[in-house]
Design a protein around this ligand. Structure first.
Ligand code: NAD
Length: 266
């Protein structure tokens, strides 16, 4: 670990959490250090250095974390998001938790009252800068996501059985707010588009399962006042997450907390 770097608390030590931990601890030039790692089950974290694993997430404040990054499950935000923001900055990756309007408002209000910051990582979405900058312009924002059915978690949508999906099938079409509770672990990028742009009710989402696909494909369209932006991105999948999400998550943490000289996109 580096000395004197910004202290990052990592919640969730799976595909993305392990990558973030390894990058922070092996690249002192990032100017970051790990304040703690928390994971629901402790066997995955058994090889971590003593003192890094946090037994109870309620004890996060004693770690001196300057940013807590959630890389586990939307439940973490529901249970601990407000407590985190009363003390420190917070970056949830499982953004579908914010599709509950009360949760979104409470988190933003708590950050405002305590002078902390709620960071929304763009994840695998490309173009959130344009979404945000054009908020006052966009009359329509639409996101179409196509995924191989094996990468979708159907546990909140038992009306679908992935082994029965043999051809391209539209699983959802409508406002982004409605898709988040149906596929909470798969549509975080829809939530990022809604949060970045014109909100969960005005953003339109389409989710398509396609057994012929090997990658996850997203298409985002923003339109208004004669301006039109179209983005298409394809991303190989590992479990519920795409490969590009690894590098983009680390980059979001660095943009939030790295203090380096040199060039910075803005
Ligand atoms: N914002 C985005 O664009 C984006 C992209 C990809 C993934 N995600 C989300 O990020 C999260 C992590 O993704 P991943 O691919 O690393 O998942 P993963 O399944 O590989 O790892 C999740 C880890 O969190 C732990 N965990 C799960 N529920 C927990 C809980 N309630 N409390 C504590 N620990 C818990 C698991 O034991 C596991 O180690 C997922 O919720 C995923 O939906 C967001």
């Amino acid at each position: 670990m580096g000395e004197g770097g910004k202290r990052i608390g990592i919640v969730g030590y799976g595909y993305i959490g392990k990558y973030v931990y390894e990058q922070i601890t092996s690249r002192p030039e990032l100017g970051l250090e790990v304040a703690f790692v928390y994971n629901r089950s402790s066997e995955k974290t058994a090889a971590l250095p003593a003192g890094i694993f946090l037994e109870k997430l309620e004890d996060f404040a004693s770690s001196g974390a300057e940013l807590i990054v959630e890389l586990a499950h939307p439940d973490i935000t529901l249970k601990h998001g407000m407590a985190f923001l009363q003390k420190t900055d917070y970056m949830p990756l499982s953004l579908t938790a914010l599709a509950d309007a009360q949760v979104e408002k409470r988190l933003i209000d708590t950050a405002g009252q305590h002078g902390t910051r709620l960071y929304i990582p763009h994840g695998a979405v490309v173009g959130t800068d344009a979404l945000e900058e054009g908020r006052g312009i966009w009359e329509e924002v639409r996101m179409v996501m196509k995924k191989p059915p094996r990468t979708l978690d159907f546990s909140a949508s038992p009306q679908w059985r992935f082994e029965e999906i043999r051809q391209e099938t539209v699983l959802y079409q409508g406002p982004t707010r409605g898709i988040c509770p149906l596929f909470p672990r798969n549509v975080n990028s829809h939530a990022a588009v809604a949060l970045g742009g014109i909100g969960f009710d005005r953003t339109q989402s389409v989710l398509i399962a396609d057994p012929a696909l090997e990658v996850s494909v997203i298409e985002i369209q923003m339109r208004g006042q004669g301006v039109e932006v179209k983005v298409q991105r394809s991303n190989p999948m590992k479990g519920v997450s795409g490969v590009f999400t690894l590098v983009s998550t680390l980059a979001s943490i660095c943009r939030a907390k790295c203090q380096r000289g040199g060039m910075q996109l803005c």
